[in-house]
Ligand binder design. Structure first.
Ligand code: GLY
Length: 295
C-alpha cells in the first residue's frame, strides 16, 4: 500500500496532499487538537462503503462529531444551504477551533470549503475527495464557493485546506458517468502537459485512473497554484476548456451535463478555436480529441 505525499504551497500556507490506498488513515492525527469535527457530506457518498469507513474514522478520532448532509451535487452549493450548515454548526456548539471535513465530490468540496472559509471568519478544513474530478481539481488549490442563480461559483473565497486525503478506494463504487466526467479534467492536464496524453488516453479507454496518474495530475495543478495562488496569471491555464464548458453547462440548465462532461466538450471547442486562430497544429487537436473520445 503506497501513499504518495505531495507538498502543496499557497503563499505562506503549506499542506500535504496524500494520494493512495490508506490515505484516509492520516485523518486521526489531523482531527487531534480540534474541539469538534463538522463532517460535511451528502447522502449518496455517506451510503457507500468508503463513506461509511470515512465516517467511522472521523468518529473514532473525535469525541465530538457533527454530521451535516448537503443535497447531492450542485443542488447543495447554494447560499441557502450554506446558511443552513452554519446554523447547524452554531447550534451544535462549533467554535473557531472546530475542523470541517469535506467528504464528497466537487460540489460538496466547494461548499464545505466555503463554509470553512466563512464560519466564524474561517476555520481549518480537510478535503476527503471521493470522485476523480475532486481528487485532481476541486480539492486542490483552495478555491471554495457556492453558486448564485446567475452564475456558478459567483460567491467564494480562496481558503486552502490543511490537508487533502485522496483515497482511490472511494472510486470503486463511483458511477461510470462520474468517472467519465473526471476524465474531462484529466484530459485538461494532458493538454497542458502533452507528454501525459498517451497515458491519460489509455486510462480513459480503460475507464480507470490509478493513484500514480491521479498524483501526477494533482502535482501539475499544485505546481501551477504555487506559482499563482490567486489566479492573477498562470493559474488561468487551469481554466482551459472551462469558458466554453460553463457555457455548455448553462445551456443544459446546469442539470444536463456534469461539470467534467462540459469541460470535455469545452476542451474540444477550445482546441478547434485555437486551430482556427493558428495557435495549435492539427495534430494537437486530433490528439486531444482522441483522448476525449476514449473517456
Ligand atoms: N479549477 C481551477 C482552479 O482551481 O484554478
Amino acid at each position: 500500500m503506497t501513499t504518495r505525499v505531495l507538498e502543496a504551497r499557497q503563499a505562506a500556507h503549506g499542506y500535504r496532499v496524500r494520494v493512495g490506498d490508506g490515505a484516509l488513515a492520516a485523518l486521526a492525527d489531523l482531527v487531534a487538537g480540534h474541539d469538534q469535527v463538522a463532517l460535511v457530506s451528502c447522502r449518496t457518498v455517506l451510503g457507500t462503503p468508503f463513506g461509511q469507513r470515512a465516517e467511522g474514522a472521523v468518529r473514532r478520532a473525535s469525541r465530538s462529531v457533527l454530521l451535516h448532509l448537503l443535497p447531492d451535487g450542485e443542488r447543495g452549493k447554494t447560499l441557502a444551504h450554506l446558511e443552513g450548515a452554519a446554523g447547524h454548526l452554531l447550534r451544535a456548539g462549533a467554535t473557531r477551533r472546530s475542523l470541517v471535513v469535506a467528504l464528497g465530490g466537487g460540489a460538496v468540496t466547494d461548499a464545505a470549503g466555503f463554509l470553512a472559509a466563512v464560519f466564524m471568519r474561517g476555520v481549518e478544513w480537510v478535503a476527503v475527495p471521493t470522485t476523480l474530478l475532486a481528487m485532481v481539481d476541486a480539492a486542490l488549490g483552495g478555491k471554495t464557493g457556492v453558486n448564485l442563480p446567475l452564475a456558478k461559483n459567483a460567491i467564494g473565497a480562496f481558503h486552502p485546506p490543511v490537508a487533502v486525503l485522496a483515497d482511490p478506494a472511494s472510486l470503486r463504487t463511483l458511477p461510470q458517468r462520474e468517472t467519465r466526467s473526471g476524465f474531462g479534467e484529466l484530459v485538461k492536464y494532458a493538454a497542458l502537459r502533452p507528454a501525459l496524453l498517451p497515458r491519460v488516453a489509455a486510462a480513459a479507454r480503460a475507464g480507470r485512473a490509478d493513484a500514480t496518474l491521479i498524483a501526477e495530475c494533482a502535482r501539475i495543478k499544485l505546481e501551477i497554484v504555487a506559482s499563482d495562488p490567486q489566479e492573477r496569471g498562470e493559474r488561468k491555464l487551469l481554466n482551459l476548456g472551462h469558458t466554453f464548458g460553463h457555457g455548455v453547462e448553462a445551456a443544459g440548465a446546469f442539470r444536463r451535463y456534469a461539470h467534467g462532461e462540459a469541460v470535455a466538450i469545452g476542451l474540444a471547442f477550445a482546441f478547434r478555436l485555437a486551430r482556427a486562430m493558428g495557435r495549435v497544429d492539427a495534430r494537437s487537436v486530433a490528439a486531444v480529441e482522441s483522448a476525449l473520445a476514449g473517456s
